[in-house]
Design a protein around this ligand. Sequence first.
Ligand code: C2E
Ligand code: MG
Ligand code: MG
Length: 477
Amino acid sequence: MNKEELQQRLAAAEEYSRALAAELEETNKGLMAITLELEKMRQLERHLAYHDSLTSLPNRELFYDRLNNAVARAKRNGHKVAVLFLDLDDFKQINDSFGHDIGDQLLKSVAQRLQDSIRECDAVARLGGDEFTILLDQIPRMQDAASVAKKIQNTVSSPFILDGNELNIAISIGISLYPNDGQDAEILIKHADAAMYRVKSEDTNCCRFYDEARKAGAANGSDLENELRIAIENGELELHYQPQVDLRTKQIIGVEALVRWQHPDHGFLPPSEFISLAEETGLIVPLGEWVLNTGCEQNKAWQMSGLPPIRLAINLSARQFRVLRLQETVNQVLQKTGLNPSLLVLELTESSAMQNVEVTIMTLNNLRDMGVRIAMDDFGTGYASLNYLKRFPIDILKIDRSFVNGLHSNQDDWAIISAIVAMTHSLKLKVLAEGVEKEEQLTYLRSLKCDEFQGFYFSRPLPVDACTELLQSQAAT
Ligand code: C2E
Ligand code: MG
Ligand code: MG
């Protein structure tokens, strides 16, 4: 190769490497753009995971995190932290009268006003539905939390103008304080919620401290409240199980767990004596967890002893759909006990389902995704419209015993049950009749093609040993 040729090749090689470098630069730019785009997407994903999509406020997870951090700091510095639990009054009515769009707009506007009422170092979150929480960091005195609550109530009470409608709304606020009322986020939020619940039941106050609310409870003759607290810890509660029977095969296909309290002085107390107290005070949360855990353990134990698998139904209160992380609890209990989720049925009454419809539907959907089944209890006694019934993801509808009661004597009850069964079947749900006491009622229910029943006619709720015997005798036949 002569010199000229060599130079030509060198020039060509240089040209080629310049082109390569340029191409590389382009690729790099492209890569940078993709990296930036990816980073933006990751940020968005992080934001969505920790923020509420409607109001863009932090969600429950982020709030717990911030609150736990604030508590950790307060532990070191000896500060106080306050948690405000806020719930709009009669928000459902606004949704029902003005529609969901206006309801959503109202929630956004409330969120904005809340945000404007607090300091930089505080935090506000939406837990779901019309429930918000506020963290007040480093407050010098307890009264400062009350002042913020008052200020929020004033701000929220001035009218909202939305799409030409003037809306007036009030807000109930419960307050808990670190260190007095709890040592971590979970307890502080639970106690602020309990105080808020007390505000709702009183009508006269619009904000309460947890401690004050507890004393008010005690002053109302509620020694029972403290006793119930102790009863849950001391194992004074007991579950009885009432069989649920397939109307065609007459086989027990499930049991409903019903709680009783073996009170040291008052003897055996039925749930009507203490469930509403437990709901008012927030004690329903630990009580409900105990019931869920005990029931699932028992059902698994029956299975392990060689009995054929049956469903276990657990009653839930409306309150358990609120602060409590219901899905997580259910998940944990299922994991711990090893019970197949399809053998767990969660019962909620029509009226409790209607208390916070959107949150309830979301929670039920999540539970359903886990494989758990849902029953609507006492159907016919609340006021769920058929429209809602379509939206609630339920598997079993339980006709209230007041209709079954009059079945053989009252033409109207017959017509109502007949309509409920037809509707339930067209929605592809199973229908169970509650409170069957007589053979005639059963005959009618059979002719109406009802699927399942429970009631004193077949068996009263039984203590665990008696129920085990009944299940064993069925298995032996
Ligand atoms: P429910 O879920 O509708 O339970 C059925 C109730 O009807 C039970 O009353 C049961 O004993 C009664 N019953 C069953 N068959 C018949 C019958 O043939 N005739 C008559 N007259 N009554 C019958 P119980 O055990 O007193 O429970 C009352 C309510 O207390 C339950 O109604 C449920 O809403 C609530 N409850 C019970 N246990 C729990 C629980 O663990 N958690 C919650 N949140 N609520 C519970
Ligand atoms: Mg029930
Ligand atoms: Mg019922």
